[in-house]
Design a protein around this ligand. Structure first.
Ligand SMILES: Nc1ncnc2c1ncn2[C@@H]1O[C@H](COP(=O)(O)OP(=O)(O)OP(=O)(O)O)[C@@H](O)[C@H]1O
Length: 278
């Protein structure tokens, strides 16, 4: 019989001296009440995310990755335990615009130009037109789309559209970027390229990134910390602190260190009876 490894807090879940927590989750549970039976989406989740980390949630469908991300974003309320985002409640963090959220599909308005999609949150915030344009220019540079401001979303590839949605999430300069499988619908070559760009953006902006994925190589390549989850009820199986350097290129995937971390992720998924490597 396979034994389920317990999270190793000494390994990946403790706050290092001098580090500031961006997200602190303690004994968090979430039960959805449905017409049939209660769904235990999250059970006894403990997790500390430090400022400046790149953290991935990996696990099979239904293990609660999106639910956990939505709880951090205050789009869903926990039914037990506590959570702090930027040292306050998720609601206060949301009202404070402390995070940007990137969905699996770009969700851009087809009748607005790239620039006007990006400035939409800034319009709502009441920024001047000049400030809106300056910010759009800055974030378009960050996602390597300078020169595309006047295009419409339908004139761009899927990968470019997703970069516009990342730019929109960055437009109000949040400390925290929450991304729910942003590249899941894209082919592998584009995805590799976008992963390299995302790492570069993370290093340059020093944001905290929380990223949901189904892909082991993607999680290992991107993350400083990998949170392995398993379903029924959704819980954390392992938290892996990456030994890879922050400065990395795709070549790192050929190294023994990369293979070792991928192996540990795979073992965690297997132990949760939820092996899902694609
Ligand atoms: N609003 C809801 N009402 C009832 N059950 C829900 C609701 N939202 C999610 N669930 C259930 O909670 C569990 C966790 O769902 P969640 O979407 O967080 O998983 P996930 O790991 O993100 O899956 P995927 O990889 O498919 O996106 C699943 O069993 C799902 O069916």
């Amino acid at each position: 019989m396979t034994t389920v490894p317990q999270p190793r807090p000494e390994d990946g879940n403790s706050l290092k001296p001098g580090c500031i927590p961006a997200v602190e989750v303690k004994d968090l549970s979430l039960v959805f009440q449905t017409a049939d039976a209660p769904v235990h989406a999250l059970s006894h989740v403990d997790l500390t995310i430090e400022k400046g980390e790149f953290v991935s949630f990996i696990g099979p469908s239904g293990c609660g990755k999106t639910t956990l991300l939505r709880v951090i974003a205050d789009l869903q309320q926990a039914t037990g335990g506590t959570i702090e985002v930027n040292g306050t409640s998720p609601q206060a963090a949301r009202l404070d615009r402390a995070y940007g959220y990137v969905f699996q599909s770009p969700a851009l308005f087809p009748w607005r130009t790239v620039e006007r999609n990006i400035t939409l949150p800034l319009e709502i915030m009441g920024l001047t037109k000049t400030e809106q344009k300056a910010r759009a220019k800055r974030v378009l540079e960050l996602v390597n789309l300078s020169g595309f401001a006047r295009k419409f979303p339908w004139q761009l590839s899927g990968g470019m559209q997703q970069r516009v949605s990342i730019a929109r999430a960055l437009s109000f300069d949040p400390n925290l970027l929450l991304m729910d499988e942003p590249f899941g619908a894209l082919d592998e070559i584009i995805r590799d390229h976008l992963n390299e760009q995302l790492l570069d953006l993370w290093r340059r902006t020093e944001k905290t990134l929380v990223f949901v994925t189904h892909s082991i190589p993607e999680a290992v390549f991107l993350s400083t910390k990998i949170v392995v989850m398993s379903p029924r009820p959704g819980r954390i199986i392992d938290i892996i602190e990456s030994s890879l350097p922050r400065d990395r290129t795709l070549d790192i995937r050929e190294t023994p260190e990369f293979a070792e971390i991928a192996h540990r992720v795979r073992e965690g998924l297997k132990a949760g009876h939820s092996y899902d490597d694609h």
